[in-house]
Design a protein around this ligand. Structure first.
Ligand SMILES: [Zn+2]
Length: 142
């Protein structure tokens, strides 16, 4: 009854199921992080959509009335920023949804470039990560 018998007590590996089985990646923890992230991104997405609609409406109004010609550039920049924000949020949301799908499929936690396990620290910081640190900037060909 030595403690710990195999001693990898780094963060989320500490949790042990009854019977001493230690899961490779604590998938419940990952699911919790990903679900929370998805909820947050849904809120951000609604905000981004509303923001984009409002800035677009401003430009249309200004165009029709021919007012504030000096503001036109600023409003266009605002609209571009709002659209970019909306795209960023949509992309982040897609990555998180993908990670949840990988959890369901049982392929979560492996680098999609080299197939090695992604370390826990990285998954804790970025639960939606699809690659190990080494391949963080490698484009994934699917
Ligand atoms: Zn890798």
């Amino acid at each position: 009854m030595g403690y710990p018998p195999t001693g990898r007590l780094c963060g989320w590996r500490v949790w042990r199921a009854p019977g001493g089985y230690v899961p490779r990646v604590h998938t419940d923890r990952a699911r919790q992080l990903l679900t929370a992230s998805l909820d947050e991104l849904d809120v951000n997405r609604r905000f981004a959509e509303k923001n984009r609609e409002e800035t677009t409406a401003d430009i249309e109004t200004a165009g029709v009335l021919g007012q504030h010609p000096g503001d036109q550039g600023t409003e266009l920049a605002d609209a571009e920023g709002a659209a970019a924000l909306e795209n960023t949020v949509a992309e982040q949301r897609r990555q998180v949804a993908d990670a949840l799908e990988r959890l369901d499929a049982g392929t979560y936690g492996r680098c999609q470039v080299c197939g090695r396990e992604i370390d826990d620290e990285r998954l804790e910081a970025r639960p939606e990560a699809r690659t190990c640190r080494e391949h963080a900037d490698t484009p994934i060909v699917t």
